[in-house]
Each structure stands twice: as C-alpha cells, then as structure tokens.
Design a protein. Structure first.
Length: 151
C-alpha cells in the first residue's frame, strides 16, 4: 500500500508561470519516474499560478531554502532541475520528494511529505533566499490555460 497525503490538508502554494510551464513538461516527460512525476503534477495542479508577481519569499526554481524537519535537522539547499542536481553542493532536484514538497511554499509554511521509504516527514520553511529572476508568460487571462495550450 502506498502512503498518501490528503492534498486538501496541504498549504496553499504559489508557482510562477514560467516555472509552471517547465515543471509541467518535466513531469509529463519523466515517465520512468512515475511516482515522482505524479507527485510533481499533483503539486502543480493545486498551485496558484501567477504572472509577473513578486515571488521574493516563495520557493521556486533556483531558490535557496532554509528549512527544518520534524527530526530537528536544519538544512539549506538550492532547488534545481534534475540535470543541475548535486547533493554535495546542496543542489536538490525538484523531482526528489523533499524538492517537490518545498516547491511553492513561503517562509513560515509547513507541509508533510513522504520519502522513498514511504515514511512521512514534516518540514517548515524557515527562509527563502534570492532566486534568478522569474520567467513568466506574458498575456492576460488564465496563465495555466495559456501555458498548457502553448499561448
């Protein structure tokens, strides 16, 4: 039996439109990582997609994040795409369980995530450092629809 977390109990998250587009493509293309892809797609589905917003305190791609786990460990990582991951340099892939869990959270928010051994963990974001400028979709209307339709 696969442990699941009720997504209705998860915090509201915010995702930049540019990150949303790249992450949705990554999740759809990562068929060999079915569990990780599904987790990322579920996370993206419940996120508030924003265009040209101030994402200063939001965990997004390239953000440096300081967080604390329920075991009391405090860590600082940079959230990256899989090709840029390097655990020895503190660069954690968004396709890892902790990477997906942190995506879209803001400082002070907490969430529960499940590791590869199916153990539940709690994490709280302590701070979010600067990230590269957010890429975004230009236009009006629903950014999620425009992105997925290639507009």
């Amino acid at each position: 039996m696969h442990n699941r977390i009720d997504i209705r109990l998860q915090p509201t998250i915010t995702i930049n439109a540019g990150d949303y587009k790249r992450l949705a493509k990554l999740a759809i293309d990562a068929t060999r990582l079915a569990v990780e892809s599904e987790a990322l797609l579920l996370k993206l589905d419940r996120g508030l997609v924003v265009v040209d917003a101030n994402l200063e305190n939001i965990v997004r791609m390239g953000s440096t994040v300081r967080y604390k786990t329920n075991t009391g460990d405090t860590r600082t990582i940079t959230l990256v795409f899989p090709g840029d991951a390097d655990i020895s340099a503190g660069k954690v892939s968004v396709l890892t369980p902790i990477g997906t869990a942190l995506l879209g959270l803001s400082a002070g928010q907490s969430t529960t995530w499940i590791d590869h051994d199916r153990r539940k963990h709690d994490v709280i974001v302590l701070s979010v450092g600067p990230a590269p400028p957010a890429s975004s979709h230009q236009g009006s209307g629903n950014p999620r629809h425009a992105i997925l339709c290639g507009l």
